[in-house]
Design a protein around this ligand. Structure first.
Ligand SMILES: [Zn+2]
Length: 200
């Protein structure tokens, strides 16, 4: 659920305001963390957020529930159905390269796969490699950073891939909507209700 958490940040501008949600305790806890697919008003999938955030958006009238999950969350006064898919009521322009350069986003872009040996690792087994080493004026940019396992990182040292005779899986690019959609699909595999919005 790392991906869902990070992606939810793209809508950080929509504050929580004064909406009262059922407390995050007991059985509510897990349900409020479920990933919810966020559609633009045009039905284009644009994001994944936690159910808690989706409920806030619905309660504030920013979004409407398109699909319900099978579960409820309970507060003292009421039970609320947890959404599975919500749609923003107003169209939001999504800048193509709005994602911030962060370790987590680089690892997500590279799908937790070392870009040299092509093995998949957990986040703490990966480091970021400057393709053109920093010691040689390599920049800290989307195009010069890749996910890399410690073994490959040591082997490469402060050499270029060519000098180290190591091949990159692919040229690193900024995080794109295509990458996000891939991640949404991965998350959506567990949720049949997402499919009609993602597989078109
Ligand atoms: Zn490796």
């Amino acid at each position: 659920m790392i991906a869902a958490k990070t992606m939810a940040k793209t809508h950080a501008t929509l504050g929580h305001g004064n909406v009262h949600l059922p407390g995050a305790h007991g059985s509510n806890q897990e349900r409020l963390h479920r990933p919810v697919l966020v559609l633009n008003s045009s039905y284009e999938p644009i994001n994944v957020c936690a159910a808690r955030r989706a409920l806030v958006l619905v309660l504030k009238g920013v979004a409407a529930t398109e699909e319900h999950a099978a579960s409820h969350v309970h507060s003292a006064r009421q039970a609320m159905t947890v959404p599975s898919v919500i749609r923003l009521l107003e169209y939001r322009r999504i800048p193509l390269q709005a994602r911030s350069l962060s370790r987590k986003n680089i690892l997500m872009r590279d799908r937790y796969t070392c870009q040299y040996c092509l093995k998949t690792f957990s986040a703490n087994e990966l480091t970021l490699d400057h393709v053109m080493p920093r010691s040689r004026k390599g920049e800290t940019t989307w195009e010069n950073l890749v996910a890399c396992c410690h073994l490959c990182n040591n082997r490469k040292g402060s050499r270029t891939p060519e000098e180290a005779n190591m091949r990159l899986a692919r040229a690193p690019r900024p995080f794109s909507l295509h990458t996000s959609r891939h991640l949404m699909r991965l998350l959506g595999k567990s949720d049949d209700q997402w499919r009609k919005y993602l597989f078109y």
